[in-house]
Design a protein around this ligand. Structure first.
Ligand code: SAM
Length: 269
């Protein structure tokens, strides 16, 4: 996969993308990341990328010309082919007004050959970029950042760890929070701890078994795999109900899950 990031702060990415799995994916040749300085596509002495908004109002807006020129120089397929899915390329505008970036979207992007991430700044980006240049707008959450750079780093990290081979143990990316993986669901069933099936992950513990009087749950030490599986599923259900009850609606729940959930709710009163 190739990821291009367009930004007015290319140095921002010197740290975030050079560690862990993102670095590993690049070293293994699974991914390459190019950071493009938007100011290289300006033609004036001051390398101007922003201007005042028509109609008045606060702040400055990123101009369309450098962004269009930058994208045109990248040799991408025409927008209509990208949007129709005829090519495995996507141009993403980072925006607080975009659709929510989720694990599902990360999995969709991980299937592409190329993603281009456009980082906004100031009051945002001239709307013609969203309307005629980008294929989709993505937001990493309901809050406003000062620029798209952190959002781009979040998306690159979430997508690259899903590339086959990027994470040492691939099964681990299939059993994580939010993941509904068709392969896992079909092969092991909705009641398996091999897939979170849309819930939050179950709790993890490691040595020591007793740390300052805080003991690891006994069930994890007894080697009974069926019991461990049931316990983990119950904990995942409990945590999801407590922290993210909205996820229960889209989760793949088995009959056993439904019974456990009913019991948890009854116990909570
Ligand atoms: N005026 C915009 C609004 O109210 O929605 C906010 C602009 S923000 C200060 C500047 C840039 O930061 C945006 O163009 C976008 O690229 C980025 N940004 C801010 N919040 C974001 C979010 N939640 N997700 C993705 N990008 C974001």
């Amino acid at each position: 996969m190739k990821a291009d990031i367009i930004t007015i702060f290319p140095d921002f990415f010197r740290g975030p993308l050079e560690y862990g799995i993102t670095r590993r994916a690049q070293e293994m040749g699974l991914a390459s990341i190019q950071v493009q300085d938007l100011r290289e596509f300006t033609h004036d002495r001051h390398r101007t990328v922003d201007d005042r908004p028509f109609g008045g109002g606060e702040g400055m807006v990123l101009k369309p010309e450098p962004l269009f020129e930058c994208l045109e120089a990248m040799g991408l397929a025409p927008r209509e082919d990208r949007v129709a899915g005829r090519v495995k390329e996507s141009v993403v505008l980072l925006s607080a007004q975009g659709q929510r970036f989720t694990q599902k979207v990360a999995a969709e992007l991980a299937l592409l050959d190329r993603i281009v991430l456009v980082c906004g700044r100031y009051e945002g980006v001239d709307e013609r970029v969203a309307d005629f240049l980008a294929d989709r707008e993505l937001s990493i959450g309901d809050y406003v950042l000062s620029g798209g750079e952190i959002a781009a780093a979040v998306i690159v990290e979430a997508v690259m760890r899903l590339l086959p081979g990027a994470v040492g143990n691939e099964a681990s990316t299939q059993q994580e929070s939010f993941t509904i993986d068709a392969k896992v669901k079909d092969s092991v069933g909705a009641d398996s701890t091999c897939g979170s099936n849309g819930l939050l992950d179950y709790p993890h513990y490691t040595r020591p078994a007793d740390f300052r009087g805080m003991a690891v749950p006994e069930v994890l030490l007894n080697g009974d795999h069926q019991e461990i599986r049931r316990w983990r599923r119950e904990q995942a259900l409990k945590k999801t109900l407590r922290n993210r009850p909205d996820l229960l609606e889209g989760a793949a729940l088995s009959d056993e899950d439904a019974k456990i959930l009913a019991r948890i709710k009854a116990e909570r009163g």
